[in-house]
Design a protein around this ligand. Structure first.
Ligand code: TRP
Length: 74
């Protein structure tokens, strides 16, 4: 079976409290924050890994779903 392009993978973050940060980190040799999205309680962000984003940092209580499974950060 062909492996899916990791850049097209989606992930979902559902905030369980106000002020959860979803921070995108740049792809390539220079790893830095390029975007920070603030979610309030019960807000949901659906996003992809892209040519610009290879890692994501989630700060705060949230439910995170990826193709690898679900993580409840409570
Ligand atoms: N412009 C960004 C990009 O295309 C938007 C983005 C996609 C993003 N996925 C993200 C921002 C994850 C933060 C976290 O890469």
């Amino acid at each position: 079976m062909d492996k899916q392009d990791p850049k097209t993978d989606f992930f979902v973050v559902k905030a369980l409290e106000d002020g959860v940060n979803v921070i995108g980190l740049t792809r390539g040799t220079d790893t830095r924050f390029h975007h920070s999205e603030k979610l309030d309680k019960d807000e949901v962000m659906i996003a992809q890994f892209t040519e610009h984003t290879s890692a994501v940092k989630v700060r705060g209580k949230a439910i995170i779903q990826t193709s690898h499974g679900q993580l409840d950060n409570k």
